[in-house]
Design a protein around this ligand. Structure first.
Ligand SMILES: *[C@@H]1O[C@H](CO)[C@@H](O)[C@H](O)[C@H]1NC(C)=O
Ligand SMILES: *[C@@H]1O[C@H](CO)[C@@H](O)[C@H](O)[C@H]1NC(C)=O
Ligand SMILES: *[C@@H]1O[C@H](CO)[C@@H](O)[C@H](O)[C@H]1NC(C)=O
Ligand SMILES: *[C@@H]1O[C@H](CO)[C@@H](O)[C@H](O)[C@H]1NC(C)=O
Length: 233
């Protein structure tokens, strides 16, 4: 009887460890995928290479990795996918922590409108000349064309743009940047639910979308429709 009690106490601990291992493994895998998207590694002389050595990062394939201040795992701070025959850019999974991304020398035909959603740290991009900066010129402090590349420098805070349509998050929610041209409205403390109208625990992510008040409305409508559907099921 004593043995049995001991074992059942051990189980949750084991499960927790296994869960953590799986989580850690899957995190690493996602990371590796984007770093191995193109062959070769980042070269010393390139913009991302120089940025990486000056940031005391570690090069792994096409990624520059560095430990975060708050946790002990490495995350991507630089991504160099230049000269690798990319024609379409969609999700760059695991790279949303990047400060610098180089997509130059690629025959890019299109970039998904949401490819850089959530890339709040992104502050420097190198693109082929004919590709516009994500979120458009207004999402960046400086846009210039140089040596056949387009440079997008200094991501602007989408929540704080004078002369633009002001972003009105629903009452009891706050606007926060969410990548170039994107923002999110998250419920203020103690509010949750549709339009953050309910008071209580569980502050929940509410709305996020590209610049433009109409998109907020559309997102809200979609969300309500989905909820109705979910309820009627
Ligand atoms: C790149 O630079 C680092 C540090 O300066 C050096 O250790 C390494 O050998 C260089 N690699 C190449 C391929 O030049
Ligand atoms: C691009 O890649 C090709 C083939 O891998 C190589 O021959 C060429 O020198 C590269 N160009 C640049 C500018 O790095
Ligand atoms: C964005 O900025 C670039 C570089 O200054 C300029 O060439 C381009 O015309 C601008 N695009 C728009 C839509 O304003
Ligand atoms: C909003 O933008 C203005 C001008 O660009 C800047 O001076 C101000 O510090 C910004 N405010 C915040 C909260 O970022």
């Amino acid at each position: 009887m004593k043995m049995k009690a001991g074992r059942s106490q051990l189980k949750p601990v084991l499960l927790f460890v296994i869960f953590n291992l799986c989580f850690y493994a899957s995190y690493q895998l996602t990371d590796l995928k984007v770093c191995e998207l193109c062959s070769g590694t980042i070269l010393n002389g390139t913009t991302v290479g120089q940025f990486c050595s000056s940031s005391a990062g570690r090069i792994d394939g096409r990624c520059c990795l560095r430990n975060s201040n708050t946790s002990d795992y490495e995350h991507i701070i630089g991504l160099d996918l230049s000269n690798c025959s990319l024609t379409h850019v969609e999700e760059l999974q695991g790279a949303s922590t990047a400060l610098m991304i180089d997509l130059s020398l690629n025959p890019i035909a299109n970039i998904s409108g949401t490819a850089f959603q959530g890339f709040i740290e992104l502050n420097y991009m190198i693109l082929p000349q004919d590709i516009v900066c994500p979120g458009g010129n207004t999402s960046w402090e400086k846009v210039e064309v140089k040596e056949g590349n387009r440079l997008c420098e200094g991501q602007k805070d989408t929540c704080n743009q004078t002369g633009q349509l002001s972003i009105n998050c629903p009452e009891n929610s706050l606007c926060a940047p969410y990548g170039p041209g994107f923002f999110e409205c998250s419920c203020a403390e103690n509010y949750h639910g549709y339009k953050c109208l309910r008071e209580g625990e569980f502050p929940a992510l509410q709305v996020f979308g590209p610049l433009g008040a109409s998109m907020v409305v559309i997102s809200l409508l979609l969300w309500v429709t989905q909820r109705r559907k979910a309820k009627s099921l």
